[in-house]
Design a protein around this ligand. Structure first.
Ligand code: CA
Ligand code: CA
Length: 424
């Protein structure tokens, strides 16, 4: 490392750094700006006193700042790019864990495809994988307390391999940070997931889990140097090491995601993560989320996939690349409103795939443009995808919008102003 001059922790007495707009760290969500403005609104750590303003340059310092001071309002300023992924995957492995032994034991030719590995004992290859995964889990997850603002300083602040947990708390702001997706060092083989089996992985870059009043603004989420195209295959299946970029689950409510870049990823955003009865009981009536002025670039699917929630998605730009599957997933009891968005699709991609119907649920789609042409997303979907008829009319009208830009201005606006490095 050798960075002995880096000093931690201190306080509101430090002057704003070059590139840090005065006061950005104390900004609150503007009134009326999306679902996070509902009720008491979202102020994060704006009211922090001087002893609860931290500047951090390492993962250890960041976790220490999160743990300090309970739910007193706090501001954590992140300087530079912080490695959250540890020295190596090997550093998380427990004694005896051996990936070669794992592959040998669970190969479909020997183990078959009928039984999951869940019943495997602690001293089995799967048991040793579980124990190793628990070490990584404890290291890369960071729990954000209530009444907190986490903000990047300047143009290059962020985390490599972090999994931010906004779990069971109220009033959190996360701004001006670049999140390079975590890589799960120990994906689990599930022989029963699809006919061919699947490697399943954990760790979203950020998850909002049962929390309310969360503002994610001017952040960038990306697979960065580790896109899925670089991942190996075992048992004929991709060794998937990524989970989501931003998942909003388990009764979470009142979230605004504005001016972010979500890019270079497969399964990007879940709003609601299950159709099960237990999940429905928790999610029904919640999962109210606004997405505006985000750039969704080179994603495969889920931008977002919605269950249960009232999601308002307006003034976003979607740029599809190779492997594009769909943008909006229409899931169980969802009520998506998608208006004033711009879509840039490559030759050969069909506008009818922008919406994907998973369950019978109504949608409002108006004033959207595909490759510069006004397009009725529901009509084109119903024309191009036989047997998947979507019904128009989500049954509610978003009231919490501050400014709606014309869809045709959105690519320029978002291209110049979305993502990390612009506000801090
Ligand atoms: Ca590292
Ligand atoms: Ca997830």
């Amino acid at each position: 490392m050798g960075c002995t001059a880096l000093v931690l922790a201190v306080t509101g007495t430090a002057p704003a750094q070059a590139g840090q707009r005065a006061g950005a760290e104390r900004q609150v969500l503007p009134a009326g700006d999306g679902w996070a403005a509902y009720g008491a609104g979202t102020t994060g750590g704006a009211a922090a006193d001087r002893s609860h303003v931290y500047t951090v340059t390492t993962w250890e310092q960041f976790k220490a700042a999160l743990a300090d001071g309970g739910s007193a309002p706090k501001i954590i300023r992140v300087r530079g790019t912080i490695d959250a992924d540890g020295p190596s995957c090997d550093s998380f492995a427990v004694p005896g864990y051996d990936f070669g032994a794992y592959l040998a034991k669970y190969a479909p030719e020997s183990w078959g495809r009928a039984t999951t590995l869940d019943g495997e004992p602690a001293d089995s290859p799967e048991g040793l994988r579980r124990a190793s995964a628990a070490n990584q889990d404890a290291y890369i997850k960071a729990e954000v307390p209530a009444n907190t603002t986490v903000i990047g300083v300047g143009k290059d602040a962020g985390f490599n391999g972090a999994s931010l947990q906004i779990k069971g708390v109220d009033n959190v702001i996360v701004r001006n940070l670049r999140f390079e997706s975590p890589l799960d060092c120990f994906p689990q083989w599930d022989p029963t997931d699809t006919a061919d089996g699947n490697w399943n992985s954990e760790y979203d870059s950020a998850v909002v889990y049962g929390s309310a009043h969360v503002w994610m603004d001017h952040d960038t989420f990306t697979d960065g140097d580790h896109p899925d195209s670089t991942l190996p295959y075992y048992f004929g299946r991709i060794y998937e090491q990524h989970d989501g970029e931003l998942d909003i689950v388990k009764g979470a409510d009142y979230v605004t995601a504005s001016w972010n870049v979500f890019e270079d990823h497969d399964k990007t955003i879940l709003v609601g993560n299950s159709d099960s009865a237990a999940t429905a009981a928790v999610d029904r009536g919640h999962l109210k989320v606004t997405f505006h002025h985000n750039l969704f670039r080179n994603l495969v699917e889920r931008a977002p996939r919605v269950r249960f929630g009232q999601v308002d998605s307006y003034d976003n730009h979607f740029v599809a690349g190779d492997g594009y599957s769909y943008s909006y997933g229409i899931g169980m009891e969802s009520q998506l409103v998608a208006e004033h968005n711009a879509f840039t699709l490559p030759a050969g991609a069909k506008a009818g795939s922008i919406l994907k119907k998973w369950k019978e649920a109504p949608v409002t789609a108006a004033d959207n443009y595909v490759n510069g042409r006004h397009t009725d997303l529901i009509a084109v979907h119903n024309a191009e995808v036989p047997g998947e008829t979507l019904q128009s009319g989500a049954g509610w009208t978003p009231a919490l919008r501050t400014r709606v830009d014309p869809a045709r201005a959105v690519p320029g606006l978002v291209g110049h102003r979305a993502g990390a490095g612009r506000v801090g």
